[in-house]
Design a protein around this ligand. Sequence first.
Ligand SMILES: [Zn+2]
Ligand SMILES: [Zn+2]
Length: 512
Amino acid sequence: MSKHDQRRRRGLLGAAAVLLALAATPAGQALAHPGHAIVPKGPAHAKKVRVDPAKREWLAGDHHVHSWYSASAKPSEDPTKPPTLIKGGDGVNPITTNAQMAAKHGLAWMVATDHGGPDHARMNRDLAYPELVRSRKMTPSVLQFWGMELDTPAAEHSSVIIPRSAAERDALYDIEHTYNRREPWPAEPVRDTEGFMLDALRQLEAQPKPPLVIANHPSRTAKAVGVYGAYSPAELRGWNDTAPQVAVGMEGAPGHQAAGLTADGGRRADGERGGYGRAPTMGGFDQMTARLGGFWDSMLGEGRRFWVTSTSDSHRHYTTGGEDFWPGEYSKTYVKAVRSYDDVLDGLRNGRGFVTLGDLVSAVDFTATTNGKRAEIGGELKVAEGADVTIVIRVRDPKGANFGGVSPDVARIDLIRGDVTGPVADRSQDTNPSTHVVTRFTPKSWAREGEMLSMVYVLKDVKRSGYVRIRGTNGEELEPQPDPHGENPWTDLWFYANPIFITVTPPAGAKS
Ligand SMILES: [Zn+2]
Ligand SMILES: [Zn+2]
């Protein structure tokens, strides 16, 4: 009997128990009540988009893709003159090619995110934007947002995603021209300060349809675990406080994950996954996300609605001498949305998502229910003190080969829980000591039906507000370990889902 058949047989035995539990799970939407002790920071109560939630599906995308309009800056021979921008000096592919590759690799949406040196705002407006408009017509199956990689004041880079509108071209021009660190020549030192970035975020937050800003490769410049570089925990708290509708997350897994591959697909021994030189990625994820009870958990423990994504950062494909995969070839950010620009943006803003490497999974449905109330990924469940909360996880482990030519199996799924205790006193805190793995599911403890894995866990007698989240891997590491140089990225795959918040309401009659 093959490994697959054995697993299938075990799965069918377990399936009956899970189906019973699923049948007992009441359906219905999460209820929103005002007036609880911990005020969430973030977009949980953002303006509702008028969409039937039942029509939403998992749509994979990539919010960090460079084209040949990511320029290099060639210094002028006359030092009193500004440098010249060289098209193709950083990224090499047309936007139209990026979109075709996104479609080929299963993406439903992407964001064009170029950057360059001084006066790049004009190149984006006058050259890149018209190409995006053409690309939308050429590849209509992929929603193509207008955006950029902001050379971020006092930080390295962030993705700016512009809501689709007739004014999008000029909206981005204004942002890049006014706030991009590298835009002016000569350089303006004020543009490299945290205060300047907070001004930018304040201005974005005030827009009627606010853009999104997602911190890119946040620990790429870190010197060691917990020794941060261009991005610090306090800085991201400042962003999220200033613009809770806009600064909603960070790249959980950075791009440039093909750094360990040669052009013919062999191993490059000195390759660093993600270009993370001194503090490596862990299972392909940034330490700010990957460390259990680390920075991400400290943000969630404050009740912040702060999410993770995963991108290609595609500049140049590894088969032509680069370190990158095509959009969707290796990394996917899934958002639960209908196929519209507004709803995809709404899903990103409100954390309705999970991320995966190497197509380890292609759907993650994760719910928490109690007493007829139900919340999904990114949502909040209000529960009475002492209630039991049923966690149901259904994951699709797709058949067939991924773009690395293998069909990875999910080996384990961890259910993680942490307390929400409100704002921390120390803004540089990067730990949440309450965070722990509640249980580890394996092929022995989930039910398998075809591609679907189903599992249930009941949190008994819930007395403290907190959150639950899940992650999974094809490997055996209990915690994601620092990735060695030259690691084959296809062998060490993880997925992470955004959390569900569980807020305990005081018993009736108690004063809150
Ligand atoms: Zn970058
Ligand atoms: Zn980039």
